[in-house]
Design a protein around this ligand. Structure first.
Ligand code: GDG
Length: 561
């Protein structure tokens, strides 16, 4: 018989992401403990992992050979610790939603791996390449070697954590080889992958010296998800052009003989020993006979199947935010009081413009500053009644392009302030630091206009959070057409951020927009984000993953016959 595709739904969900959903923090007494981190992905997936008693696999964020570690006497974890005092074995934590325990499986990285796999290949090669080469990608073979090595470590951790027939959901560009590596180690599990950043046009993607390996890596998944339909189209074209494989209506036909020939784990010893698992586990592994772990078995299976192909599905699954929690922050009396206090401290201007981004060259911060500076120069805006609050969140400070960008932005801010600030009144209020979530919500509440001017952005959650927190249905969103969010948020003022005049016009229009028009647009935007929140996103992806892996296990063959 074949595996029941519905098994996955009740099975523990395994999430694999570069960073764990918890971070190590030191309390006042100097003791270390784990604290849930607050990112969008964590909010989205933690409840599912918790509900299913699942596993989250990721890097704890500190190099395993670092000396700045917490040392002995740390609060939780138990078991072995590495040089930085971080547990190297999986351990259980009580889930924040229901208290139900789930497992944290830390993947250690050395300082050299952080430099080559994370800062190097992930953030110095893939990030700029996938964002349309806004910055120059660097191609270094030692970075690629580290990327393969680290991806394999994540794949092995996932192979060990997954129960028979589990669903494993791999996140983002740092881990694109994991689906294929895991497929070889555990042909029985269903494998999903979600790409949080854009997928570039084939002409740009083709630069990558390891372009075929990455595509093969992704195509180990039963389902590969992208933010926008355009990203999915780019991916399909890359597969056709660079691998020459058949792509038809959201399905790539992966030839099994290619999988056998180009296997990552040609060595049998890298497969996971299922002997310790239940009978159900062993049979689940044997059921997946289209992809047994050795070459001859694969070829035999391919002949048997007649088709010799395995389906890998792909499509667009635009991510969203936890609408209810941002809406609640927007209604929270403390947050609202803080928002009025912020406006007061800014000198009670008529218009507060706001930018909130990681200090990243993809976010178009300089373009926004240029537009704002020109409007002040031309006296179309006045510091007497307008202020721009620019929150730049520190990020990737070890990467030189980010150090250069910080210089550029800070020079631009001081020029504008030098030219236009008066005693007690700044043109730009600039901050380079991390804020608590509630303070971010208070800023959203305090702002009249949010400026999102990314040159490329997979989705942009800040735009959706601003909408969800705008309970007074009063704010205006200016949104770059090069964000994933622009596909859905049509009632925003959509701009091409390369067109400085267009940003200027949008700012002027926003500051003059009637309360009626503001309300009409915001009401519609809120409806969009409310009905498509992050819960809908993860549920939609996982439902599609179940269908995709069910088609691999059975109907695919029938469809071929
Ligand atoms: C990548 C893709 C895609 C910001 N400042 C603070 C803070 N934040 C939070 C925001 C928001 C998140 O960070 C930023 O998310 P974005 O989506 O805007 O951008 P990326 O970080 O580039 O995310 C992007 C996303 O993945 C998800 O798929 O949308 O396109 O590039 O949640 O609120 N949070 C706190 N303090 C801050 O100072 N606590």
């Amino acid at each position: 018989g074949s595996a029941d595709p519905d098994d996955g739904a009740s099975c523990p969900l395994v999430v694999v992401s570069n960073r764990l959903p918890v971070e190590r923090v030191r309390d006042q007494d100097g003791r270390w403990h784990w604290r849930a981190s607050s990112g969008g992905l964590v909010t989205a997936l933690e409840p599912v992992v918790e509900r299913t008693g699942g596993v989250w696999i990721g890097w704890p964020g500190t190099a395993s050979d670092s000396e700045r570690g917490p040392g002995p006497g740390s609060g939780s974890g138990g078991g072995d610790e590495d040089g930085a005092g971080i547990p190297t074995e999986p351990f259980e934590v009580a889930g924040p939603s229901t208290g139900r325990p789930f497992t944290i499986a830390p993947v250690p990285l050395t300082a050299e791996e952080v430099e080559r796999y994370y800062e190097g290949f992930s953030n110095g090669t893939l990030w700029p390449l996938y964002h349309d080469v806004i910055a120059q990608p660097e191609y270094h073979r030692i970075w690629w070697d580290a990327y393969k090595e680290v991806n394999h470590r994540f794949a092995q951790a996932a192979a060990e954590a997954a129960r028979p027939g589990s669903r494993v959901w791999i996140q983002d560009y740092q881990l694109q080889l994991v689906p294929r590596m895991l497929r070889e180690l555990r042909p029985d599990v269903s494998i999903g992958f979600f790409n949080h950043i854009p997928f570039p046009a084939p002409g740009i993607y083709a630069q990558l010296p390891w372009r075929q390996q990455i595509l093969r890596g992704l195509l180990g998944a039963d389902l590969v998800g992208f933010q926008r339909a355009g990203d999915a189209r780019n991916f399909a074209q890359a597969v056709r052009q660079l691998l020459g494989w058949t792509v038809h209506r959201g399905v790539v036909e992966v030839p099994l003989d290619d999988e056998a020939r180009t296997g990552w784990a040609a060595r049998r010893d890298t497969t996971v020993d299922l002997a310790g698992q239940s009978d159900a586990g062993r049979s689940a592994a044997l059921v997946a006979e289209e992809m047994p772990p050795t070459r001859s078995e694969r070829e035999e299976a391919g002949r048997e199947a007649g088709s010799g192909r395995r389906p890998s599905h792909f499509g667009a699954f635009p991510i969203s935010v936890d609408f209810a929690s941002w809406d609640a922050l927007g209604n929270d009396p403390e947050v609202r009081a803080r928002a009025s206090q912020i406006r007061h401290e800014l000198g009670s201007p008529r218009t507060v413009l706001l930018g909130v981004d990681r200090l990243d060259y993809t976010k178009g911060i300089s373009h926004r500053l240029k537009a704002y500076g020109e409007l002040l120069d031309e006296h179309r805006l006045d510091v007497g009644d307008t202020i721009l609050v620019e929150m730049a969140i520190p990020t990737r400070e070890g990467v030189s392009a980010y150090q250069d960008l910080r210089e550029e932005v800070e020079v631009a801010v001081s020029r504008i302030n030098g030219d236009h600030s008066t005693v007690g009144r700044s043109a730009v209020q600039y901050m380079h630091r991390n804020l608590p979530r509630r303070e971010v919500a208070a800023l959203y509440e305090a702002a009249d206009v949010l400026l999102v001017t990314s040159l490329r952005d997979g989705m942009n959650l800040v735009a959706k959070e601003y909408i969800a927190a705008s309970v007074d249905i009063d704010g205006v969103l200016i949104l770059s057409e090069f964000t994933g969010a622009a596909d859905e948020l049509r009632q925003a003022l959509i701009v091409n951020p390369h067109d400085v005049d267009a940003i200027k016009e949008a700012i002027v229009r926003a500051t003059r927009m009637s309360p009626r028009e503001r309300a009409r647009r915001m009401r519609q935007l809120r409806r969009t984000v409310r009905t498509h929140d992050v819960e809908a996103w993860s549920a939609g992806f996982l439902a599609e993953l179940d269908r995709a892996s069910a088609s691999r296990m059975g109907p695919w063959r029938r469809r071929e016959a």
